[in-house]
Design a protein around this ligand. Structure first.
Ligand SMILES: NC(=O)c1ccc[n+]([C@@H]2O[C@H](COP(=O)([O-])OP(=O)(O)OC[C@H]3O[C@@H](n4cnc5c(N)ncnc54)[C@H](OP(=O)(O)O)[C@@H]3O)[C@@H](O)[C@H]2O)c1
Length: 234
């Protein structure tokens, strides 16, 4: 029997790379979509800028050709544009880019690949604590991550009865390049860690473990899983 295929966006670094490494270790075929390649051995790479509609359409066509026929496919929407704007410092162009990469492209990839997802497949959205919570200075990022919950719920309804499950995994603070602005300021890092019950950042492989569990558990269909070590409320 052919192995399951994982199609993941943004596996060149960070959480995506950890998910790709775990999927390869679990014996899955892995195809990554990002601008830089994923360095994990055996991962197939499609170079694509997920902000560019034409490149996303080409990627869908290339993936359809590579997959050939329907099979068990796990589509993991992981790439994101981490914009930091606000109500008083709004950047419409950056917001549009964030919505394209974080929301429109995942919807387009799911739509384009849906005919190839056989029963047993899954669609996984990588959300954030900010999928269900607001913080100052992250207006567009927060809106785009909330939108993923909308995609999750609507996708469950649209794929009802197809034997495909959909989950939104929401990490807390994970030690990746996305946190560079925080890593660069020790006082900010202290403030972040003081909000986390375990006083540490998550490792990318901890999120990869949650995703690996979500792929094979259809009972999770429609759920939001928070993996954040426990954060201070208020
Ligand atoms: N780290 C955290 O604390 C944290 C917390 C909550 C949620 N998350 C979420 O977890 C996911 C992964 O985050 P991360 O921390 O691993 O981020 P990261 O280390 O910055 O990696 C981001 C990935 O997205 C890809 N990407 C970004 N823009 C792209 C574009 N235009 N075209 C193609 N690929 C693009 C990058 O690939 P290329 O640059 O090679 O194209 C890279 O592989 C994101 O959805 C993020 O919102 C992270």
């Amino acid at each position: 029997m052919n192995p399951d295929t994982v199609i993941i966006t943004g596996a060149s670094v960070g959480i995506g790379q950890a998910i790709a490494a775990r999927a390869r270790a679990d014996g899955r075929r892995v195809i990554n979509l990002s601008r830089r390649p994923c360095p994990i051995e055996g991962v197939e790479n499609l170079a694509v800028d997920l902000a560019e509609a034409a490149q996303v359409a080409d990627a869908v066509a290339a993936l359809r050709a590579r997959l050939g026929a329907p099979g068990r496919v796990h589509l993991i929407h992981n790439a994101a544009f981490p914009i930091g704007d606000s109500v008083t410092d709004f950047d419409a162009a950056a917001c549009t880019r964030a919505m394209r990469i974080n929301v429109v492209t995942p919807a387009e990839l799911t739509a384009g690949l849906a005919p190839l997802l056989a029963p047993g497949s899954s669609v996984i959205f990588i959300g954030s604590t900010l999928s269900e919570k607001g913080v100052p200075g992250r207006l567009s990022y927060c809106a785009s991550k909330h939108a993923l919950v909308g995609l999750l719920r609507a996708t469950v309804q649209d794929l009802f009865g197809a034997g495909i499950h959909t989950v939104c995994v929401c990490p807390g603070f994970v030690d990746t390049d996305l946190l560079d602005p925080i890593r660069a300021r020790p006082e900010l890092m202290q403030s972040v860690l003081s909000m986390v019950s375990f006083h540490r950042l998550l490792r990318p492989d901890e999120i990869a473990d949650i995703v690996a569990f979500a792929l094979i558990n259809p009972s999770l269909n429609g759920t939001i899983i928070h993996a954040n070590l426990g954060q201070r409320e208020g």
